[in-house]
Design a protein around this ligand. Structure first.
Ligand SMILES: *[C@@H]1O[C@H](CO)[C@@H](O)[C@H](O)[C@H]1NC(C)=O
Ligand SMILES: *[C@@H]1O[C@H](CO)[C@@H](O)[C@H](O)[C@H]1NC(C)=O
Ligand SMILES: *[C@@H]1O[C@H](CO)[C@@H](O)[C@H](O)[C@H]1NC(C)=O
Ligand SMILES: *[C@@H]1O[C@H](CO)[C@@H](O)[C@H](O)[C@H]1NC(C)=O
Ligand SMILES: *[C@@H]1O[C@H](CO)[C@@H](O)[C@H](O)[C@H]1NC(C)=O
Length: 400
């Protein structure tokens, strides 16, 4: 348990630590300088700006890491939050001139199929420019803040889809679908809070959801199955294996249900994109795991004639839970899209568990076959009449 807690705590700390980034060391071409800056909550982007109260304008610089053959965008949404209604500045490499081009467009299509074209925004854009350097796009603009308000709903993006030579479509991962926040242009402090505070806390909770579920469904449950299947072969480990199995599955269930509940909550909060498949598998998993817990209470006695039926049922559901869990964890990876090292770490854990299981499987069969042979020869030499000792009692899958 201590180890698991350690893994959990250190992972969440690492995940939150990765998010802390600084913007005030960034520099800009042509000696551009800005009064304030804020790291944005998603995509590792930053925004620098100077607000001019005299005329209600703001000079902004938006920077985001992106492949040279992709695009970057920063927008103010005067009418709503999120993408629909956003008035965007887009930067990309023009296919024909290969120079960096910047256009402005209004995303006013409610079906998420906007027509991208260079057009006037609903507020004044006094200047616009963009450049590409060191793997990042930077968009510079001077805008008249809509409604002369210092608090604006902003949206930002980076993508690599194109249609007719213009940016079109972006990845659907969490980072790309929650990259919007309210921004206070007046005060740096308020801006830091306003800039994606809610989205950042949401991402933080998604990471906790991911870690909880990977540890419970993805690690403790399979570990508990390995314990049940391979430790029982050793008579000396009876009934220790049983309590270890119960301990693994119960702590897995508690953590798993916590992670599952958090997932449902996040799902109900997420506007727009709903991850139906991930959610449905999650609900199925909860039902199956709960069934397993209740099955424990209904377990027939060891030599009851229905015990074999119960065993088959228990194993079937158990293996289904493991398979579905692994599938859903990878679906979760695709949604949350964390740094590759997390996916690789989980794959390493899975491969290790599979190797341990394979070695133990071979070892178990060797022990069992050996025992069977011994039982047979004992039967012969004693010429005993014990019908029951036909080896069935020591098959690896036999329940205890
Ligand atoms: C807005 O005011 C600032 C100084 O307060 C000035 O530098 C800038 O040119 C003005 N912008 C417009 C569009 O008038
Ligand atoms: C915007 O508001 C400021 C004060 O908050 C004011 O000085 C300025 O004239 C206003 N600009 C416009 C275009 O209404
Ligand atoms: C979207 O904007 C374009 C150009 O400004 C305009 O022609 C079109 O009617 C707008 N569509 C909606 C639904 O407002
Ligand atoms: C954009 O606005 C400018 C100045 O307000 C105007 O001259 C121009 O015709 C507008 N362009 C379009 C496509 O409406
Ligand atoms: C402009 O600001 C006023 C007062 O802050 C608000 O009542 C109004 O709804 C705003 N208009 C728009 C289009 O946001």
């Amino acid at each position: 348990m201590a180890l698991i807690l350690f893994i959990f705590v250190s992972s969440s700390l690492l995940l939150s630590g990765c998010r802390a980034q600084s913007c005030n060391t960034e520099t800009f071409s042509e000696n551009r300088n800005y009064a304030l800056c804020s790291p944005l909550s998603e995509l590792g982007a930053t925004l620098h700006w100077t607000y001019h109260a005299a005329n209600g304008t703001a000079d902004v610089a938006y920077r985001v890491q992106q492949d040279a053959n992709g695009w970057a965008a920063w927008a103010i949404n005067p009418t709503a939050t999120g993408m629909i209604g956003a008035n965007a500045l887009l930067a990309f490499h023009d296919a024909s001139t290969s120079a960096v081009r910047v256009i402005t467009t209004v995303i006013n299509d409610t079906s998420y199929n906007p027509t991208i074209r260079d057009e006037n925004l609903t507020f004044p854009v006094h200047s616009r420019a963009a450049e590409y350097a060191a793997g990042a796009y930077t968009i510079y603009a001077t805008v008249g803040l809509p409604n002369n308000s210092t608090t604006q709903s902003t949206v930002w993006q980076a993508g690599d889809g194109f249609q007719n030579g213009l940016p079109y479509g972006h990845p659907q991962t969490i980072q790309h679908t929650t990259s919007f926040s309210s921004l206070n242009f007046l005060s740096g402090q308020a801006a830091a809070e306003g800039a994606g505070g809610a989205a950042a806390s949401r991402l933080h909770r998604k990471n906790i959801h991911g870690v909880l579920n990977a540890v419970s469904w993805g690690l403790l449950f399979p570990l508990g199955v390995i314990i049940a299947r391979y430790m029982r072969v050793f008579k000396s480990l009876d009934p220790a294996w049983f309590y270890l199995h119960i301990a693994c599955q119960c702590s897995g269930y508690i953590l798993g249900v916590a992670g599952w509940g958090l997932g449902l909550k996040l799902g109900s909060e997420s506007k727009g994109i709903v991850y139906h498949r991930h959610r449905d598998i999650g609900i199925t998993l909860f039902c199956l795991a709960t069934l397993q817990v209740f099955a424990l209470l209904l377990r027939p006695n060891k030599d009851h004639k229905y015990r074999i039926v119960w065993n088959i049922y228990h194993w079937t559901i158990g293996y289904m839970v493991i398979i579905l869990s692994v599938v859903n964890i990878f679906k979760g990876f695709n949604i949350l899209n964390p740094a590759n090292k997390w996916k690789h770490a989980y794959i390493a854990v899975l491969v290790t568990l599979a190797c341990i299981a394979a070695v133990l499987e071979i070892f178990t069969w060797a022990v069992v076959l050996n025992r069977k042979r011994k039982t047979r020869s004992d039967d012969k030499s004693h010429n005993s009449d014990t019908n029951g000792s036909n080896g069935y009692g020591v098959r690896p899958h036999q329940g205890v």
